[in-house]
Design a protein around this ligand. Structure first.
Ligand code: ADP
Ligand code: GLC
Length: 492
């Protein structure tokens, strides 16, 4: 171990990611990238973030940097530019390349992906490193998120090894093992790396180039977003073909739960709510429920339990099973609201919920931060029957807003929701195991039984849920331990 004085007390950390709130968000990754850097900066560290300058990013408040950015992409060089913005002690850079990033969607049209995604995200990863050279700012740690940035640690071990960037430790956070950035082998040359990296122990997976696999093989340390998922990805099926490599490197892997940005997700101050409330003024929640019922076209019945979902409409989230189970579930005395976007077939079905069950079920296809907040605040229960869930933020927001999560016992849902104990009345939600329409009906039925027959338990659970805390400060401290360890390993 190097002497203590070689460990800087103020770490310089560069995050590279494909999305970050409030600039661009398709899911929880953006929430993490929007909040973790700020928590690290708050702890006194020098934190910078690199994101793509997508067409949807609002350029107001961004400053275009003077120098152009040349980024090697295989045998050619692509030229872009960078923009900058400073908020709360965090500098965010946006890489501009109109052909790659000025498109209607970050990854591709609904249900699809752009065929040049390898080039786009190699540009992002290598461009972020080029930006460090251009600004002569050399981080101690490069923290990359998901497959989009996972090739950066490969560059640190190869083309950058002998440069000042080669001293940086790298940390890869796996937010979702199902998205691996796998591309046809003939795209390997765009990485600029030699074919010696196209091997089973490096970037090759079933005959394809896997950017995530490269990151798993090359990063100094690995993290994922819950302890349970850290264990699940070492095994089939959730390792999705990479379980062997993860198991091989398991001593380098840590599961760190995500936090909540309480400046945004707080029912006591939330600007999206008609009435604000706390665990001590739970009665005010009923106004949020009524406003929500009216807004989405449900009968405004205060006493009818309302189950909400805010979700990507994808296989991961079990939406297919929900849609199968709904006809039976909706025979119960309850209401349902689903806000979601994603899979076009599921979107079609969700869109028709109003017509199939007028006043009783509502489906809103699209993306709305405001309505999401209103659903967390106005629903009695929050359904998250995920097939797998690396971390999950939806259930954390639901807990904070007093909507009791009904969750499948997987990944981060296991680590954050305590299932109801009928004898003691303890718990913060309801969990179940089998992902089948029957099991879903049973667990929703169980929650409704408690709602009607054990109201004191439900109220105590709401209070318990609302006082559970998952802070970014705690998570940031865990990441700082990982960074220091990575630096020791890299420089020791
Ligand atoms: P994932 O990242 O796998 O989609 P998470 O639970 O970690 O799941 O995060 C989902 C995030 O995206 C939450 O902030 C949730 O409120 C938000 N979200 C998902 N779908 C929508 C939508 N249609 N409209 C608004 N917010 C949404
Ligand atoms: C991924 C996961 C989700 C997690 C989020 C942020 O989108 O699916 O479980 O909460 O990343 O870490």
């Amino acid at each position: 171990m190097p002497p203590a004085d070689s460990m800087p007390s103020r770490l310089k950390v560069l995050h590279i990611a494909s999305e970050g709130f409030p600039f661009v968000k398709t899911g929880g990754l953006a929430d993490v990238v929007g909040a973790l850097p700020a928590a690290l900066a708050q702890a006194g560290h020098d934190i910078r973030v690199v994101l793509p300058l997508y067409g949807c990013v609002d350029r107001d408040g961004l400053e275009r940097m003077a120098h152009a950015l040349g980024v090697p992409l295989g045998s050619r060089e692509e030229w872009g530019a960078s923009w900058r913005r400073v908020d709360g002690g965090v500098t965010t850079y946006f890489l501009e390349h109109d052909v790659f990033f000025n498109r209607p969607w970050p990854y591709g049209p609904p249900g699809g992906s752009y065929s040049d995604n390898l080039e786009r995200f190699v540009f992002l990863s290598r461009g972020a490193l080029q930006l460090c050279h251009a600004t002569a700012w050399f981080p101690d740690i490069i923290h990359v998120h998901d497959w989009h940035a996972a090739i950066a640690p490969v560059f640190l071990n190869t083309v950058e090894r002998a440069t000042p960037l080669g001293r940086a430790g790298s940390v890869l956070t796996i937010h979702n093992m199902d998205f691996q950035g796998n591309f046809p082998a003939d795209q390997m040359p765009h990485t600029g790396l030699g074919w010696e990296h196209f091997t089973f122990l490096d970037m090759e997976l079933n005959g394809r180039v896997s950017l995530l696999k490269g990151g798993i093989a090359h990063s100094t340390l690995l993290t994922t977003v819950s302890p349970t998922y850290a264990w699940e990805i070492q095994n089939e099926p959730l390792g999705r073909g990479l379980e062997g490599m993860v198991r091989e490197r398991r001593d380098l892997l840590t599961g760190i739960l995500n936090g909540i940005d309480y400046s945004i997700w707080n029912p006591e101050t939330d600007v999206h709510l008609p009435v604000r409330y706390s665990a001590d003024t739970l009665a005010s929640r009923s106004a949020c429920k009524e406003t929500l019922q009216r807004r989405v076209g449900l009968d405004p019945k205060p006493g009818t339990p309302l189950v909400g979902m805010v979700t990507r409409l994808s296989w991961q989230k079990g939406i297919d099973v929900v849609l199968k189970a709904l006809p039976r579930i909706l025979e119960l005395d309850m209401q349902m609201v689903i806000l979601g976007a994603g899979d076009p077939d599921a979107e079609g079905e969700v869109h028709h919920l109003h017509t199939a069950w007028p006043g009783k079920a509502a489906g809103i296809v699209g993306y709305s931060e405001e309505l999401a907040h209103q659903i967390y605040a106005g629903s009695d229960f929050f359904l998250m029957p995920s097939r797998f869930e690396p971390g999950g933020l939806g259930q954390l927001y639901a807990l904070r807003y007093g909507s009791l999560p009904i969750v499948r016992a997987t990944g981060g849902l296991v680590d954050t929701v305590t299932s109801y104990d009928e004898a003691s009345g303890h718990g913060t939600g309801f969990s179940f195991n089998d992902l089948s329409p029957e099991a879903l009906f049973d667990v929703v039925g169980w929650a409704l039984w408690a709602y009607y027959d054990r109201p004191t338990h439900i109220e105590a659970m709401r209070r318990a849920a609302m006082s559970t805390r998952f802070t970014w400060e705690t998570a940031a401290n865990r990441y700082l331990d990982v960074y220091r360890r990575a630096l020791r390993l890299r420089r020791g």
